[in-house]
Structures are given as C-alpha cells and as structure tokens.
Design a binder for this molecule. Sequence first.
Ligand code: FEO
Ligand code: CA
Ligand code: CA
Ligand code: CA
Length: 586
Amino acid sequence: MIDDDITSNDSTNRPFHDVLNTYASRRRLVGGGALAIAGFLAGEPLDAIAGGLQGNGGAGLMNFTPVPLAGGGGGTPRIAPEYTYDVLIPYGSPIAPNKFEVVGIGHDGMWYCPIGHGISGNSHGLLILNNEYGDNIVLLGKNTPSNLDDVRHSQYMHGVTIVEIQRTGKGNGKWRTTGRHGLARRIHVNTPVTFSGPVAGSPLLQNTASNAYLGTVNNCANGHTPWGTYLTCEENFNAYFGARSTWTPNAMQRRYGIAAASSYGWHLFDDRFDLSNPDYANEANRFGWIVEIDPTRPHSQPVKRTALGRFKHEGIAIVEGRDGRIVGYMGDDERFDYIYKFVSADNWRVMRARGLDPLDHGRLYVARFNDDGTGEWIELTIDNPLIAAEFDTQAEVLTYARRAGDLVGATPMDRPEWATVAPNGLVYCTLTNNSNRGRSGVPGATASNPQAPNPDGHIIRWLDSDQHVGLTFRWEIFVLASDTHGTEASFASPDGLWADPDGRLFIQTDGAQHDGLNDQMLVADIYTGEIRRLFEGVWGAEVTGLAVTPDRKTMFVNLQHPDPTATPGRDSTIVIMRRDGGVVGS
Ligand code: FEO
Ligand code: CA
Ligand code: CA
Ligand code: CA
C-alpha cells in the first residue's frame, strides 16, 4: 500500500538504550501448553517458562515438501506438491450468481463464517473479505479521476465484500459462490455506518455540512468476535483525503499523515474528501477505526467501535482473557508507531446479556518494550497527567491515540502489522520492516527492533501476564527475516500472520523478497522454529489474508495487486487444500 511507509511520528520518544541488546538473540522456545504464571512472576526468562511446560507440539506438525527456493519468481503460483490451489472471486466478478453487484478490489484480511452446524459448515459458509484498495490506473485506466462518476467507481470498489460460498460434489468439489441465503453484499465508502463507544456523539466527529455517517475505507486486516461478527480495520485512510484549495494541516492531522496531496484524487470531485472544505472539517476523524459487521444480518449497519482507538489499524487479534474479558491486540502500521491492546470492562457474555457491547466499554493500552525483555501496557486515559496535559476528554485521547501514545512513552516499532495468539499462550506480531530506523533524527536500534536500518523485518512474541489482561509482559524475538536469507526458508517483510490451534504459524509476506522469490506464505513450527514454504504467489502480488473452514481442510488466502500479465492477473482469493484432504499446513 502506497502510504505504509510514511514516517509521521516526529515525537521525541526515544528508546532507552540505542544499543543492540543480546537478550533478543533469537532464542527458540520449546514446549507450550498453559501459561506458567508463577514463572512469569518470578521473572524467569521467557524461553525457560515455556520450555518447562512441554506442550504437544514438535514432531510432525509439517508433513509437506517445501516449495524450493530454486525456480521462484514466476507468473503463476507455486504450491507444495501435496497441495492444490484454485482461484475464487477475482475482483469485478458477481458477488452471487445473477447479481449485479461485484466483488471489490485489493483483497486483504478475511474470515470464513460457517453456515449450519456440524460438518455442513465445512463446505458452506460466508467469506467476508476486505477490499483494501485499488490504484487509479487499474480501476480507471488513468492516474486521476476525471469526474464524480470515476470517484464513485473507485469508492465502490473499496470496502468489504461478503460472499456465500459452497463446495459441492458437482463441479469437482470446487468452491463456488451461491445465492442460497441472500447474504452476499457489498459495504463500501458510501454505505451508511454508525459510531459507537466513547467518541460517538463527540464534536470531533461532527461536520457542519452533513452528519450522515458514511463508509469504510482502506480495510486492511481483520479480526472476528466470539459472538460471530467480523472486524474490519481501517488503515491508510489518510491517502484518500486531499485539499482542493489552500489548507494547512494541524498537529494531529500531521501525526496521522493527512496531507494536501492525495493518492486517489477523490477530493477533486467529492467534497467529503476535500480537506480545505470547512463544511467537512472533521470527515477525516471518521476514519482510522475498527468497524464491526454482522455478516448474517444483511440489513445491519457496520458499527465503528471507537473504544478501540483511532490509528492506522492493521488488524486485531481477539482472545478471551481472564474472567471472560475480550482482549484485542492491534498494530498501527507506520514506521515508529505502536502496538496496542484493548481489554473489555467485564466478561463478554455478561456484558452482552446486559445489552452492553464488549467493544464499547473497556481500556485501551499501548505497549512499552524494555530492553531487558520486559514490557508494560500503559493505559491511554485522560486520568493520566501526561495525557491530560494535552487533552481534555477521553474522546480526544481515543481519536488521537497515536499522540496519547507519544505522551506516555510507548515504544516506536518497525511497522506493526498482524498479531495472533498461539496455543502456547504467546502473542506473535509481525514488524514488517523499517528502512528509516537509525537515520538521523529518528530512533536507532533497540532490543525489540534490533536492526537499523531494518529493510526485511522480524517477528516478535510476548507472554502477557494475568491471562492477557495484566499490565506487564515478557517478550523476545521469534525470527529476524534477514537470518533466513540464502536458506530454503528465505523470506522478508512478514505481514499476514495466523497461528493455528496445533502450533503452526502461517507467515505471509508483503515486500521485496530475497533469493529470487515472489511474495509467499510459509509455515513455522512455533515449538521448534522450523520454517517451510507452502505457497509462492505471482509477479507483483502480495500474499495476504487468511481464513479457514472449521475443520481447517480448506484455507483461503489472497493475491493482492498481481501484475496483469500473471495468472491470475487480478486480485483474487486462492483456495488451498491438501490432496489427501488433511488439515492445511500439515
Ligand atoms: Fe494494509 Fe499494513 O498492510
Ligand atoms: Ca497491502
Ligand atoms: Ca498488511
Ligand atoms: Ca504490508
């Protein structure tokens, strides 16, 4: 995505020691199972805690032949020989047979929601899919829109697509779209939405021109809740705004990379996106949120959950923490930006029974990674004097969460992307790259971001205290991508990430790969650290987004922005299955 790389954190946060700390030297965890809270409290090293547990991982997690390094970089996908792949829902195809509406562009995060109970849900369900972006050349055949129709076309192709899909004996057991339940729909930049949580009703979201709340944009990665809803995350929303006339950004707009120049030119014909139009002064504050969608209620409006904060949301990994609280781990994908955690106020079942949404009431924290392998979650609250020195209301704190993070000394990270909670209890997070680290005027190497510059990224992991709801954690680096270069496990710029219940960590890449490879998906064994390549994408395409059926025998991943000369040459979902019908990744 065009705008991922901007540095807009010019706050004075500095790492505690600008030295590479050997604590982070790629220790390998062995074992798994439940969290060892006693060891945690005693301050033992992270690997010793997990190592003493001896989980069920290790032998035989990956029984496939890795796609070899040699022969990479082609125009058709490569997959391990034990596997097959198929192409589903390229952008522009109907969302259901005989439907006029079409699948959006820029396939990214997604979730599979089974229809029906038991085994039928493994072959029939909803696929809810983010359509992150499409550039004007691809969508319009030109760099800049010529009129409002062009803008509306581009806006329609962004957002979220919900398709109903089914696998039947007919058609060779391939997955196809179906209209059986009438649940297919599109949510885009002009779809009515509502706001909920502490910022709803705030003047920060009001415009003088119109208080109709519309749309979601730059939907990157995702999460889903235990109550069956989809969470879509608004990332580089700033790039859709521009100024038709003279306009100067304020400090908060600068902190979010909102600038007069726009990547898409929507502001030329749509007043909402014109920063210089005083009637829409707060339109940009309406983006950068996490949006909840109920895929099973086709007439329900998407809801922007403001308690989760406003930043360039990559994704959210939801886990049930102590006492049934909902915990969400979130990355803000920008150079030198932060990792966040949300914890609901109470047990989610109790809250819902009382008519309270667990994502509307809770605490938002930002992460500080200390060089000694410990860390703290610092609450972003107006009750903190460091925050109250600059802000007056909790609505401001949440709307400008990045700035609140600056004020409390959060650790600037190397572009936090996806997070996932693995069965060993550890949270894994991709730090995709940061070619600016160590340049003059910005932070240098720290233990948690040990390479300056860091062109290829790394994966960090931490053990949170108190079953994910505590204020402290222990962390270490799982893998530095540069350590894999020249080996069969070669990868760079990790982005999409998902740990399955057996301890397989699926790693998807977005960026320049080494050793002649295209972007790809690899599988790591979290217990041994072994990494094998399962899939390699095509020229120009990022491999991103991941969903599985409940039996995990079908996996859906996406090819985003492939070169048009590749096969497939359009943004598409790739359906991956084992030839023997086994669990994908095994
Ligand atoms: Fe949309 Fe940071 O990837
Ligand atoms: Ca992308
Ligand atoms: Ca991404
Ligand atoms: Ca990325």
